[in-house]
Design a protein around this ligand. Structure first.
Ligand code: IMP
Length: 185
């Protein structure tokens, strides 16, 4: 079975393949850009994306939207994480956090799968924003996020290590479980 992952992010595709290919599911990246509406939640962004894509992309496909939510910044960058990364970047976030006593933050991932109906799977990982950038693996905010229970950032971990505890890993695990139960193949 083949499932399309509509995304332009190769890092995410690498993570999804690691979860789904052992199930015998081929994950094929489709680089189609779809509108990401301004909304209060990742779930709304995903739902809108699927509604837009469903008549343009062959079944079966999924999309994923994620964000970094920082307590001291009242949840910013949150649903604006991609834009914030492109504009002020990691340096900008570290600067905003310069005097913050509370460095707690979480990543959230929402996967939307379309098979005629929409199915959503979510995952969250809590941690802290590090004082400085560390590590070279991964992508995005990985060099400044240290998950709870570790003293290294996501960017200092291998894909497998990160997948085992990350927000996307958790959402993918849920997705994986659901596919296993619901796919007759
Ligand atoms: P989107 O889900 O493609 O809209 O991206 C959300 C933003 O959050 C992007 O700027 C990513 O770089 C960032 N992001 C999402 N997941 C991760 C992650 O696992 N590590 C680091 N940054 C992430």
């Amino acid at each position: 079975m083949k499932i399309f992952f509509v995304t332009s992010n190769r890092g995410k595709v690498k993570e999804a393949k690691a979860f789904l290919e052992p199930l015998g599911i081929k994950v094929k990246q489709l680089k189609i850009t779809y509108p990401e509406i301004q909304a209060d939640s990742l779930e709304e962004v995903v739902k809108f994306g699927i509604e837009w894509l469903k008549d343009r992309v062959p079944k079966y496909f999924f999309i994923e939207d994620s964000g970094l939510f920082i307590e001291a910044l009242n949840g910013f960058p949150g649903v604006y994480s991609a834009y914030t990364y492109k504009t002020i970047g990691l340096e900008g976030i570290l600067k905003l956090m310069e005097n913050a006593k509370n460095r707690r933050a979480y990543f959230k991932s929402v996967i939307g799968y379309y098979d005629g109906d929409i199915h959503m799977f979510t995952g969250v990982v809590h941690g802290v924003i590090s004082e400085e950038k560390k590590g070279t693996h991964g992508f995005g905010y990985d060099p400044i996020f240290t998950p709870d229970g570790y003293n290294k950032t996501f960017a200092e971990m291998t894909t497998d290590e990160k997948n085992a505890i990350s927000h996307r890993g958790k959402a993918l695990k849920e997705f994986h479980r659901w596919l296993k139960e619901n796919l007759k193949y």
